[in-house]
Design a protein around this ligand. Structure first.
Ligand code: SAH
Length: 364
């Protein structure tokens, strides 16, 4: 076991088993050994690659989406531009460049706030934004932000790394999966006492024996806060991630190390941990009074609808030597066999503002 694994095992020995959520938090954010806290896991040389790192057109399309929403909402004054979990800062840089050319007035009055838990990634974001066209500040958590103005928010691959709880359906009821320690190794076990059925969403009484229920209370709390912010002050939120809408009663927690699947428990902090996002739960939480929820739509359809291919053609005209890289990048983002169908987009806007762009795509 590695150093972080040993420390987790010691905690368990003295205090008892911990939830999967606590294990995820330690694996990702432990100040010494956590996957995000101690190093950069994103990019070709890291554990996994994300859409903004595949092509600049991704951030540009997300930026244009926000610009379009802001225009459609009659350009509200003093907006707040927020990104949750900006990684290496690539997307927010592309977004700010897009605002700079398409909506300079937005930037003149905007406050840019980045929500980042990792000091390593915050340092990379500061570097990426050295020449930012608007002042930027950093906070550790969305709850540190007082939403008192129109909120324009982006989150790509953020919600998938927030900690989940897992429950297994047994003959005694739904029991929470826990991480314990035995013979110098971390192991999975079950809490003896089942949770009351009322804790589960409607329909779960039909789950098969051995089915797994995953829940992400932190993600739902953030979506609720975003929804309330938008209901009160206007704005728009775009969330892109991989996930599902109907429960498969299957577990989706996964560990990725250097672009390959790895064991979740054996070397905490050395691999990335994430779980598929439950879009229905996120939209339920964000869809508070006065808020319209849109999606999910496939990332490929969403980007195509916003005109990513036209943007790629323009880029090629200006950078003919990079034509193949640009075409391949866009293809990877929109091809259903690559990232186009696995990833999905959802949005929150005010009901009174009407439907946001990009969500009118044909239902398949
Ligand atoms: N959006 C980026 C990075 C995705 S990785 C991209 O698409 O490339 C997830 C990001 O969320 C990282 O920046 C990570 O440090 C941050 N993060 C993870 N958990 C967090 C938490 N609980 N609070 C704040 N930031 C968090």
């Amino acid at each position: 076991m590695n150093e972080l694994g040993k420390r987790i095992a010691e905690t368990i020995a003295s205090q008892g088993p911990i939830s999967i959520a606590e294990f995820m938090t330690l694996s990702l954010h432990d100040p010494q050994g956590g996957a995000y806290a101690s190093r950069n896991p994103i990019g070709a040389g890291g554990d996994y690659i994300t859409s903004p790192e595949v092509s600049q057109t991704f951030g540009e399309m997300c930026g244009l989406w926000l610009v379009q929403c802001w225009h459609n909402q009659k350009q509200p004054k003093k907006p707040m531009l927020v990104e949750l979990g900006p990684g290496r800062g690539t997307m927010i840089r592309d977004v700010l460049r897009t605002f700079h050319s398409a909506a300079r007035k937005f930037l003149n009055e905007a406050e840019v706030v980045l929500v980042e838990a990792s000091p390593v990634l915050e340092a990379m974001q500061r570097e990426a934004l050295k020449d930012s066209p608007a002042p930027v500040r950093w906070v550790k958590s969305f709850s540190d932000i007082v939403v008192d103005r129109p909120l324009y928010l982006l989150a790509n691959e953020f919600f998938d790394c927030l900690p989940i709880h897992q429950y297994l359906k047994t003959e005694y009821g739904w029991c929470e999966k826990m991480v314990g320690a035995k013979d110098d190794a971390l192991i999975l076990g079950l809490k003896q006492l089942p949770v009351p059925d009322a804790v589960l969403p409607p329909g779960f009484e039909n789950a098969p024996m051995g089915g797994v229920y995953e829940t992400n209370p932190g993600a739902e709390a953030i979506m609720g806060d975003i929804g309330r912010g938008i209901a009160a002050h206007g704005g728009a939120a775009l969330v892109i991630d991989y996930g599902y809408t109907a429960p498969a009663y299957a577990e989706t927690l996964q560990a990725i190390k250097r672009h390959k699947y790895a064991d979740v428990l054996s070397a905490p902090g050395s691999c990335d941990l994430s779980a598929h996002v439950d879009f229905s739960a996120l939209l339920r939480a964000g869809g508070v009074e006065g808020v319209m929820t849109s999606g999910p739509v496939d990332q490929g359809d969403f980007l195509a609808e916003l005109g990513i291919e036209i943007r790629a053609q323009r880029l090629i005209l200006a950078n003919a030597n990079d034509a193949k890289i640009i075409v391949d990048g866009v293809k990877r983002l929109i091809d259903p066999k690559a990232m186009g169908a696995l990833f999905k987009a959802v949005a929150l806007t005010r009901k009174s503002d009407g439907a946001p762009p990009g969500f009118e795509v044909r239902k398949k």
